[in-house]
Design a protein around this ligand. Structure first.
Ligand code: NAP
Length: 324
């Protein structure tokens, strides 16, 4: 495994991280989920991502339980706050009240004394940014979180946060967690350049486009059983990728991977890691074999020629925008 600093912070995370959305505490059978986490840990993954909202706390409980047997200092535990955790008016968003209450609830569900990286899952336009940033700063002072991050914030929102941090002398937001894969590249335009300027690192999600960039979905063929797209409870987002033109281009990417003696998932993950601002690619895995396969991406070097071959294929579906 290889490790990178998150932005300008001293926090070092594995280039491949393991997440738990739609998998652990949800669709993946419990023993398999724990085995996936154990395998990742054994292979050097130290970065584990979850969120309070993933199956309303169930993912946090499972991830916390799986990691509890390991020394607390040996892994970086990231979770999030923002999406509704109840029906009340204060059960969502980034108010001081909700952040403080949910941080305590997450610590309890995870069974840890502190969270390494506490992320604002989205931007909350209904709460003053200053209120949110002060709450995060207080959590750091209280020792409940070590670092704060955000997820899917725009370049403008990151810039606003940095201006407030500077003015009020608050501890910095160190990371942003956006979607980033060969099929969704919007962060390249503004988010990465702005983040680089302010020392914010990306810990990107869905590097495999939820499984599309593994080659398991073939143009004109039935959706494989036991795949995310076949599961009625989890396929809401992935369905928008299932177009023949997209899958036909994906087949060409698979061919490029094969020429490198790699598979498509490794190529897709390595492609996200070519960006130095990306500290980690957070994968999902429903099987142990997927973890084993995907972590090998860190050893795949992509030459400028290969990158330009990939770009040529991606130009065929330029303009495609899935739902995420
Ligand atoms: P992904 O890595 O793009 O997709 C993971 C899924 O692809 C797996 O669950 C598996 O699904 C399939 N897969 C993975 N490796 C495979 C392989 N080698 N061969 C065949 N199939 C393979 O990532 P993701 O699950 O969408 O997201 C990863 C993590 O990012 C989440 O767990 C979460 O922590 C984070 N995330 C954050 C946000 C946010 O808003 N911040 C949003 C989404 C995700 P099947 O086997 O079921 O087909």
């Amino acid at each position: 495994m290889k490790y990178r600093n998150v932005g300008r912070s001293g926090l070092r995370v594995s280039e491949v991280g393991l997440g738990s959305w739609l998998t652990y505490g949800t669709a993946t059978e419990r023993d398999t989920a724990i085995e996936c986490i154990d395998t990742a840990y054994r292979l050097g993954v130290n970065f584990f991502d979850t969120a309070n909202a993933y199956n309303r706390g169930e993912a946090e409980k499972l991830v916390g339980e799986a990691l509890r047997k390991y020394p607390r200092s040996s892994y970086v535990l990231a979770t999030k706050v923002y999406f509704p955790m109840g029906d009340g008016p204060n059960d969502r968003g980034l108010s001081r009240k909700h952040i403080m209450e949910q941080c305590d609830a997450s610590l309890k569900r995870l069974g840890v004394d502190y969270i390494d990286l506490y992320q604002c899952h989205r931007f909350d336009a209904s709460t003053s940014l200053e209120e949110t940033l002060f709450a995060l700063d207080d959590l750091v002072r209280q020792g409940k979180i070590l670092y704060a991050g955000v997820s899917e914030w725009s370049a403008a929102q990151i810039s606003q946060a940095k201006a407030i941090e500077d003015k009020r002398n608050l501890r910095p937001i160190i990371s942003n967690q956006p979607i980033y894969n060969m099929l969704v590249r919007y962060i390249e335009k503004d988010v990465i350049p702005t983040s680089e300027q302010f020392g914010v690192g990306q810990v990107v999600f869905s590097p495999l486009a939820q499984g599309i960039l593994t080659g398991k979905y073939q143009p004109g063929s039935a959706i494989p059983e036991d795949s995310r797209a076949a599961n009625d409870n989890t396929n809401h987002w992935i369905r928008s990728y299932l177009r023949d033109d997209v899958l036909t281009s994906v087949k060409k990417l698979e061919h490029i991977a094969r020429e490198l003696d790699a598979n498509l998932s490794q190529l897709a993950i390595a492609w996200t890691l070519r960006q130095s601002n990306v500290a980690s690619a957070i994968i999902g895995a429903s099987r142990v074999s997927q973890v084993e396969e995907n972590v090998k991406a860190v050893d795949l070097e992509l030459t400028p020629d290969v990158l330009s071959e990939i770009d040529t294929v991606l130009q065929e579906i330029d303009g495609f925008v899935p739902i995420w």
